[in-house]
Design a protein around this ligand. Structure first.
Ligand SMILES: [Zn+2]
Length: 189
């Protein structure tokens, strides 16, 4: 009995599930958002904790903002090449993702970001069809082909790993709308 209790308490000590870790999201103007993140070399406990923090922070932000399908590690101040995607069709942590263009076709997207406090949207061009090579949390290589919504989301998140923000990709100086105007014009009813 005693041994079981001890093992249980040891498990609790090492269980990251006991606490939800919502991290502050860095905002436009913070220099860390402009830095290039470094590739992950070790698939260890620290990486698992970072992945859990990204998941908790995205889940919280989705509830607060009413938007959001992805988050990148530099947005919570960790300059590592890790993103977490959470859409109805695809949900995963992507480590060291790299994008390959499958077609030159592009499309226009009104894009926003938690790091803009989702207070405005900018019009950008994104590639329609891409392939993303990445490594999963277990260290296994994976490949994903994405089109449309998922494609532009992945491009947005991988941009974060290179210190690039959606505002850098604005089609022109007028391609910007505050959230309330964007919602009037485009939000699905
Ligand atoms: Zn973003």
């Amino acid at each position: 009995m005693r041994e079981i209790l001890i093992r249980h308490s040891a498990l609790r000590l090492h269980s990251r599930n006991a606490a939800v870790m919502i991290r502050p999201i860095l905002q436009l103007g913070n220099p860390a958002l402009r830095k290039k993140s470094v590739p992950v070399q070790e698939f260890n406990w620290d990486l698992k904790c970072l992945a859990d923090d990204l998941e908790d922070t995205l889940t919280d932000a989705k509830q607060r903002y009413g938007y959001g399908r992805g988050i990148a590690a530099p947005q919570i101040g960790e300059l590592k090449r890790v993103v977490f995607i959470d859409t109805p069709d695809f949900r995963s942590v992507l480590v060291n993702p790299t994008i390959t263009t499958l077609s030159p076709a592009t499309f226009e997207v009104w894009d926003s970001c938690f790091s803009f406090d989702v207070s405005f949207f900018v019009l950008v061009d994104r590639l329609w069809n891409i392939k993303v090579d990445y490594v999963d949390l277990k260290g296994n290589r994976q490949a994903l082909e994405a089109k449309g919504d998922l494609s532009e989301l992945l491009q947005h998140e991988v941009d974060h790993l290179d210190g690039v923000l959606a505002t850098d990709r604005m089609k022109n100086k007028k391609a910007i709308m505050v959230r309330v105007e964007w919602e009037k014009a485009f939000k699905p009813k």
